[in-house]
Design a protein around this ligand. Sequence first.
Ligand code: UN1
Length: 509
Amino acid sequence: MMIQELKELGILPTNLGSSTGQNWFATGEDITSNSPVDAQAIATVTCSSHDDYNQICAQAQQAYATWRLVPAPQRGEVIRLFGEKLRALKPALGKLVSYEMGKSLQEGMGEVQEMIDICDFAVGLSRQLYGSTIHSERPSHRMYDQYHPLGIVGIISAFNFPVAVWAWNTALALICGDVVIWKPSEKTPLCAIACQRILADVLKHKDLPEGISNLVIGDKVVGEWMVNDRHIPLISATGSTRMGKIVAQQVAGRLGKTILELGGNNAIIITPDADLNMTTIGAVFGAVGTAGQRCTSTRRLIIHEHVYEQVKASLVKAYAQLKIGDPLLPENHVGPLIDKMAVEHYLDALSEIEKQGGKLIVAGGVLTGKGFESGCYVKPAIAEVENHYEIVQKETFAPILYLIKYKGDVLDAIAIQNDVKQGLSSAIMTNNLREAELFLSAQGSDCGIANVNIGTSGAEIGGAFGGEKDTGGGRESGSDAWKAYMRRQTNTINYSTELPLAQGITFNL
Ligand code: UN1
């Protein structure tokens, strides 16, 4: 029913199985998108073949030649119109995200809101792609630096944020004068087709080449074509650390650039000075929101021994109230995992926890029966563990929350928080100024995101998004993340009649 509505709105093509989408050449194999909500096959989608990919690439290159000459504020106008369209289509697109990916409807809408927000941000930015002016050491010389577009930006995105992460990259890349080729997760192809068509409509309305925004659907082979393609100077990839390491090495092999947004193992430190009511809400949403499938999901709570029992009791109570079920129904807090493979990983992690010495205090399990036919609905679990357990060191993309007790002061808690390979998001719950400032200082959290008195997930688009260590080091979205989408050029202009050399060198002929 919803798919019909999307077809009527023109967001999805009437015949999904064919290659009729705008700038979406697809003559390869068919894949079926199954909803984890009710196990229904939503639609069959055609992937791009290697020939299709080459055609898309040629089209993107051609479009770039035009697009880079459009003044940045006019490029911003295109993104403004895109944002307007997204505002109008938010309910429909939000529903599709929820149905195809399985996150709650509110979170599906929230994801579309992130798209709208980044569009607004990019519109403003399109008049602020500032370089610096520099005082030259030579008389009658002027220096400055300026930013030019890079060319084609390749975006590889994951299933868990099937629309927002593309939008962060695309909105910035486009106002910077780049064009994009997008490989979405093959688990959420309909969300990608919908986004592509919304933007394609805006480009058409403005009489701009469709190759400014391109879509290639397929599995990791398509990703490999992009990663090894010297026509793509920047690859922005979101996914596992394992995938990121392969992408990083291959792109570095051709001296291309990457923005990598990989795994997290995010913790909240809860000190004796924490407001415990706030803490419970932040921790529970962080752990079970999107069924624990955000890069920023809260995986570990590092709790001071003095408040440990109290925090534990309030979490157990809160978990008992969680409603698991159809994410499109507003009363449910937790939807399904993306697919049965994810359920397997969740179950493996639960058994590993016990094998490695952990204790499940809120048991997990797969839900069965009416409403749970997809086999993807699982119970959020809580386990008492030690930080060094192998399973705790790993990012399991599922709603499993680890409780870790700490003694001593906040530096002891920070040491535990930093003692994992990943470095995406982190938080501290405290009303103690010294603790908060230490956590944010150079000897504090080693993550790309460090919060005080809020959880680890749900970052606003205005800040740069990304993390350190195994998270990959890239930054997307707000602040000055746009600079990664452009090439910097230093210019020195001599308006004198002499040719003085720098560093005082004299060179007489
Ligand atoms: C991701 O999980 O890849 O901070 C992105 C958040 C969201 C984005 C998460 N704004 O939780």
